[in-house]
Design a protein around this ligand. Structure first.
Ligand code: PGA
Length: 254
């Protein structure tokens, strides 16, 4: 299906892969997707593998992402990583506000907005995650929750910056559970997110923002999800840990 927004498919490796395992995986992915031009492809290994993976990706069509970064510049912030440090390894994208960080590290929309601004200040493209929990969906407040997260996490960005930002809709109940949102459920929330972006920015700008779906994306459901009009890519966890399945998701999306 031809869309005016280029699909972007990213693998979020989470806290997986030693350096040796990361190199195996990235070399496999590189081989599998070498001829793909229709999709922006991103892998986000853990920090400890960024340097090796970055070298392995030289002159390839796969771009590098990180899974988090500090909202601060370099300084006395023990255990944190600054955007400038990611730039050293040619990182282009950074996942921000993943639901696991919202849950375990108590990241707030306000903090995520600061991180998004810091990412742009270093010319990194943020992938800003939003998503409702099962009880929120069952309670009928999905749009209220998503609206608050989108407005809060993207607060203060300029039109130029939002166009270089990717929004990832990841229903928490679909992450790592094998339960995917139906393509219609995904489309409905993506369309809603785009409506919020119209209100925050303007129609033409909102139409240029890419919105990824994440949550149990696999080769078998990628085609249908990517076929929805407002679904512009995928953020893939479990199925991105194996070169063949990640590549099949990409191939099935074209
Ligand atoms: P999953 O994770 O594909 O394993 O459900 C997606 C994510 O958390 O980004």
């Amino acid at each position: 299906m031809v869309k005016d927004r280029k699909l972007i498919i990213a693998g979020n490796w989470k806290m997986n892969k030693t350096v040796a395992e990361a190199l195996d995986l990235v070399n496999g992915i590189k081989r599998e997707v070498a001829s793909v031009k229709e999709v922006d492809i991103v892998v986000a290994p853990p920090f400890t593998a960024l340097e090796s993976v970055s070298k392995a990706l030289l002159n390839s069509n796969v771009r590098l992402g990180a899974q988090n970064m500090s909202e601060n510049g370099p300084g006395a912030f023990t255990g944190e990583i600054a955007a400038t440090m990611l730039k050293e390894f040619s990182v282009r994208y950074v996942i921000l506000g993943h639901s696991e960080r919202r849950q375990y590290q108590k990241e707030s929309d306000e903090l995520i907005a600061k991180k998004a601004a810091a990412a742009h200040a270093s010319a990194l493209k943020p992938i800003v995650c939003v998503g409702e929990t099962l009880s929120e969906r069952e309670g009928g407040i999905t749009e209220k929750v998503i609206g608050t997260q989108v407005r809060g996490s993207l607060a203060g960005l300029t039109r130029e910056q939002i166009e270089e930002t990717i929004v990832a809709y990841e229903p928490v109940w679909a992450i790592g559970t094998g339960k995917t949102a139906s393509s219609q459920q995904a489309q409905d929330v993506h369309a809603f997110i785009r409506k919020v972006l119209v209100e925050m920015f303007d129609d033409a700008t909102a139409r240029r923002v890419r919105i990824q779906y994440g949550g149990s994306v696999k080769p078998s459901n990628a085609r249908e999800l990517m076929g929805m009009p407002d679904v512009d890519g995928a953020l893939v966890g479990g199925a991105a840990l194996e070169a063949r399945s990640f590549a099949d998701i990409i191939r099935n999306s074209i």
